[in-house]
Design a protein around this ligand. Structure first.
Ligand SMILES: [Zn+2]
Length: 201
């Protein structure tokens, strides 16, 4: 057996469709071939990942008895099948997602602090930290991007923190809502959903 023959057999093996004699031949090849062994491990990982993301299939015994004489169609979700046919692309997509997460966290570190609001006179800024001091009142909304917010005083509107953290002192009072948005994470989720949607088609 050569490597080109081995790859389709790996998929059949993972599907549980490979007869014993073929499986033995495949195993024999993989014992001798490090490349195929590595590829098989990659397929297994993709398979496990996809399974963890795919809802459990409908049990087969729900199929009416009348159907028992007819060969059963494969019950598989569309995107599981797609992933099986395009394992390299799938692995690449997972890789890209992981890269996006690490890239996003790097990108956050260097991002510039931005503070928006109608009443910024009440706010103190030290480096990447935005402080609403005790006894001060920020009238209206306060939006902080790429920074840390410490609230000791009062905010009469909403506090929105984009890609940052919030620290509230016991003296703090925020009349509106506190919203934390992680743009990097949202972006990755968006991309992953887009990818999943594409496969499910
Ligand atoms: Zn090989």
């Amino acid at each position: 057996m050569n490597c080109r023959d081995a790859i389709p057999l790996m998929h059949e093996y993972l599907d549980g469709d490979l007869p014993g004699t073929e499986a033995a031949k495949l195993k024999e090849h993989m014992l001798a071939c490090r490349d195929c062994r590595a590829m098989f491990e990659q397929f297994e990982k993709t398979e496990a990942l996809v399974r963890s993301l795919t809802p459990a299939p409908v049990p087969d015994d729900l199929t009416p008895k009348i159907m028992s004489g007819i060969p059963k169609p494969r019950r598989r979700s569309g995107w599981l099948r797609w992933v099986r046919r395009h394992p390299a692309v799938s692995v690449a997509a997972v890789f890209v997602a992981v890269m996006l997460v690490s890239f996003a966290s790097l990108w956050n570190q260097d991002a510039e602090l931005a503070v928006k609001g109608a009443d910024l006179d009440q706010v103190q800024i030290h480096g990447h930290t935005v402080i609403v001091p005790q006894g001060r009142t920020v009238h209206g909304n306060l939006v902080v991007e790429n920074g840390e917010v410490r609230v000791d005083g009062e905010v009469t509107g909403n506090l929105t923190v984009i890609d940052g953290t919030v620290n509230m002192a016991s003296t703090a009072h925020i009349a509106g809502q506190i919203k934390q948005v992680d743009q990097a994470l949202d972006y990755v989720w968006y991309k992953l959903n887009e990818w999943a949607g594409l496969i499910a088609r």
